[in-house]
Design a protein around this ligand. Structure first.
Ligand SMILES: Cc1cc2nc3c(=O)[nH]c(=O)nc-3n(C[C@H](O)[C@H](O)[C@H](O)COP(=O)(O)O)c2cc1C
Ligand code: SF4
Length: 518
């Protein structure tokens, strides 16, 4: 009898020694004369338990973690291959509370299937959406995506269906679909997890996008620091090509869609869509003026759908189960689910996919388990390095684009970075300016010059020099950057700066501000 063992190939699991664990398990099985099949799956997203090893038993998949190579012999002694108890036992994977409470639509297969097995993908509802799409008109596919309420998960939350409709309406022999997989935001990794754990769902989503708008060529602009995602994507693309799910005649439909991966340039600003298109064209990643919109004049001047990984990976389930199925999740104008990434000073960091509407507090405490250090969580930054810092008094805000906008914050790509009460918010504000200065493409003055001057002024505040005057200077500078920058890199740097200043004035040589305010 062959035992089946799942050991993740996800980068985070690898960083926790998954490769060593896989080798140790293979060697130990050989030593004991046991036949085992090792499947290298994606991560289930419980990162504090990596390396999480699962074995298939007649009751279901049993999980063990965090496993280190040194634990392997003991696991065999305890007969873990038959799901027997061990100090690292986590029970049936599907019964782990953290996973069970989630609503995994986009991440439905991640951690469950073999990421590069097309057969496994098909056996778990894969390509059902594409098969439906091939029997629909472009207009109907676009309508389904519009009706689902899906909004861009890359940061700007623009309705995906409306974007596709613009590209569909353009007359052009050549159109493109570009997937933005640059994933530069701090504390975010959902794109990477999908690409390493279920690359076919992204490929399927891009193929549906191509068929919908009449684009025959797609590119995935992949963050240069994602070497493992590059391998899984290329393996999956090759398998899809071989089986006729990509190429010149998709499943005999006469429709074509070709797909290639391009490694990104390694700059945060290259995640901005127009800068990304410049970079894809082989140029320096300089932000373009808008209009024209990329949907009308995008890659090489042709109509182009630009979407984030998660936006595209959410499309197959919409085309499979219907727009209403997806739209039934969520609140207000934020429909569907959001893969939320818990990071920073948090006890249980990992991926939580839930319908919009869950509060920050639930995420931080019910899922995150509080801070890693055990100290009170003082602030969280939501939405990457350009997102606002939120104090404890705002932790009951539900995750919803409009609710966040009301408190002058953004959801961005769904990354939440927690800080305990040892954080110095003046230093965080300084870092926001510094980050902007380092990553600025240099095209416009408020961002290029303002970011450097901003960091200098915060230094003066920290040193206690003319605090009141310099804080006013920061406010004026932020106003200029907010309203005068060409793109959101300069335009949103005031979010972390002003939120730090407004919510945590005591960190900015406080007494003086408090006195003035009184
Ligand atoms: C400085 C900057 C960096 C960005 N980085 C990313 C990124 O890494 N990934 C991404 O999908 N969108 C990023 N965006 C947003 C993109 O410009 C664009 O809105 C998005 O790719 C559109 O896809 P969506 O509608 O599916 O969200 C960035 C924007 C800015 C201003
Ligand atoms: S805001 Fe910054 S990154 Fe954006 S165009 Fe201006 S200089 Fe470039």
């Amino acid at each position: 009898m062959n035992y089946k063992v799942y050991i993740p190939r996800d980068s985070s699991a690898l960083s926790m020694g998954a490769e060593k664990v896989a080798i140790a398990i293979a060697l130990e099985a050989k030593k004991r004369g046991l036949e085992i099949d090792i499947v290298r799956n994606g991560s289930r997203g419980l990162y504090w338990l990596e390396t999480m090893v699962e074995v298939v038993t007649d009751k279901g998949r049993m999980a063990y973690g965090p496993v280190r190579a040194k634990n392997v012999a003991g696991l065999f002694d305890a007969d873990f291959l038959n799901g027997k108890s061990h100090a690292l036992s986590l029970g049936l994977t599907e019964e782990i509370d953290w996973l069970k409470k989630q609503q995994r639509l986009t991440f439905a297969r991640v951690g469950i299937t073999d990421p590069v097995s097309l057969d496994d993908y098909l056996a778990h509802d894969g390509y059902k959406g594409l098969k439906n799409a091939l029997n629909m008109s472009g207009t109907d596919i676009v309508q389904a995506v519009t009706d689902s309420g899906l909004r861009g998960r890359g940061g700007a939350a623009f309705p995906t269906g409306i974007k596709w409709k613009t590209v569909l309406g353009c007359e052009s022999e050549i159109k493109y679909v570009v997937c933005n997989a640059d994933e530069g935001d701090s504390g975010t990794y959902s794109d990477r997890m999908i690409m390493e754990g279920d690359p076919f769902v992204l490929i399927e989503g891009m193929t549906i996008a191509g068929i919908a708008v009449g684009a025959t060529q797609g590119y995935i602009y992949l963050r240069s620091e994602y070497p493992h995602a590059l391998v899984t994507l290329n393996e999956a693309i090759a398998a899809a090509n071989n089986a006729g799910y990509l190429g010149g005649n998709i499943l005999g439909s006469g429709k074509a869609f070709h797909l290639e991966v391009r490694r990104a340039a390694g700059a945060y600003v290259c995640g901005e869509e127009t800068s990304m298109l410049e970079s894809l064209e082989g140029k320096r990643g300089l932000v373009r003026f808008k209009p024209p919109l990329p949907a009308i004049e995008g890659l090489f001047g042709k109509p182009t759908v630009v979407n984030n990984v998660i936006s595209l990976a959410s499309v197959p389930i919409i085309l499979d189960k219907g727009a209403q199925y997806y739209a039934d999740y969520g609140m207000g104008r934020s429909r569907g689910t959001l893969p939320i990434q818990l990071a920073g000073n948090i006890k249980h960091g990992g991926l939580v996919e839930l319908a919009f509407g869950v509060t920050l507090r639930e995420l931080l405490y019910d899922y995150g388990g509080g801070s890693y250090s055990g100290r009170p969580i003082r602030a969280v930054q939501v939405g990457g390095p350009l997102g606002a810092f939120l104090p404890e008094s705002q932790f009951d805000t539900p995750l919803d684009y409009e609710e966040f906008s009301k408190i002058w914050a953004v959801l961005g790509h769904g990354g939440i970075v927690a800080f305990d009460d040892t954080v110095d918010m003046a230093k965080m504000a300084r870092y926001a300016f510094e980050f902007c200065a380092i990553e600025s493409c240099g095209k416009c003055t408020p961002c290029r010059i303002g970011s450097t001057r901003g960091a200098e002024v915060v230094d003066k505040i920290i040193a206690g020099k003319d605090t009141v005057k310099n804080i006013q200077l920061i406010r004026d500078l932020s106003d200029t950057m907010l309203n005068g920058s060409l793109c959101a890199l300069g335009g949103m740097t005031p979010y972390p700066v002003l939120s730090a200043l407004n919510h945590f004035p005591e960190d900015f040589n406080s007494q003086k501000i408090v006195k003035v305010a009184a």
